[in-house]
Design a protein. Structure first.
Length: 229
């Protein structure tokens, strides 16, 4: 059984400059993803897909490989995660390496850990799912969400049919934790999507997840990580 970890880390982040190698509590943030992949002891290879020399050098220092650089066409703002996974796996295939399972681990995912990686992999192996990834529950029902509809800031419900429902009577909704995707790679390449109607999940709590899209998110993530550890 051949298993590959792909960490997609391009150099052109806009909202947080050099995001993928920015210092997170004393280490480049990408090092946490690399270490989680090393600790789970499942992968034949842990590779970083990047177009950036500095990211490549730092990734190799922390234990990942960078066997080739990402193409220019998959280094822009419009390239999807699937595009990167497809490019990497096809490049390996050219060199005689094929994989049964691939795990795409995001580079800014310090809460990703070996326990959850293994739990998700075991679920993927024993199920018919094409992919498995971690999710977190919204802390309030999305059926009660609101929207402003004009510049006067008048407020309306997104789902007015739930106006008189009690929160505890509404089903729990979840969102993608943005940490990793375990994939049965042949199915993924055939269907050309990493998240489909045939995907499964493991549920993690809010303390073990944080979207990092801006500087405030970054500080919250550091506070959470310090509290957790």
């Amino acid at each position: 059984m051949n298993i590959l970890a792909i960490i997609p880390a391009r150099g052109g982040s806009k909202r947080i400059p050099k995001k993928n190698i920015k210092d997170f509590l004393g280490k480049p943030i990408i090092s946490y993803s690399i270490q989680a992949a090393i600790d789970v002891e499942l992968f034949n290879e842990i590779m970083v897909s990047t177009d950036d020399k500095e990211i490549a050098e730092i990734s190799m220092i922390y234990g990942a490989s960078v066997p080739f650089y990402r193409s220019e066409s998959n280094s822009n703002d419009f390239a999807t995660t699937f595009d990167v996974i497809e490019e990497v796996t096809l490049e390996y295939k050219k060199n005689g390496k094929e994989y049964d399972y691939v795990c795409c681990i995001y580079p800014c995912a310090p809460f990703c850990n070996s326990l959850n990686l293994r739990l998700a992999f075991e679920l993927l192996k024993k199920s018919d799912f094409d992919s498995v990834f971690p999710v977190v529950s919204f802390n309030t029902p999305i059926q009660k969400s609101l929207k402003t509809i004009n510049q006067n800031q008048r407020i309306e419900m997104n789902f007015p049919e739930f106006r008189n429902y009690r929160s505890q009577d509404l089903p729990i909704s979840y969102f993608d934790a943005g940490q990793f995707y375990w994939l049965k790679i042949k199915n993924i390449l055939k269907n050309k999507m990493i998240f489909s109607e045939n995907s499964g999940c493991i549920i993690i709590d809010e303390l073990n997840a944080q979207d990092i899209d801006n500087e405030i998110d970054w500080k919250i993530a550091e506070l959470k990580y310090s509290l957790k550890n």
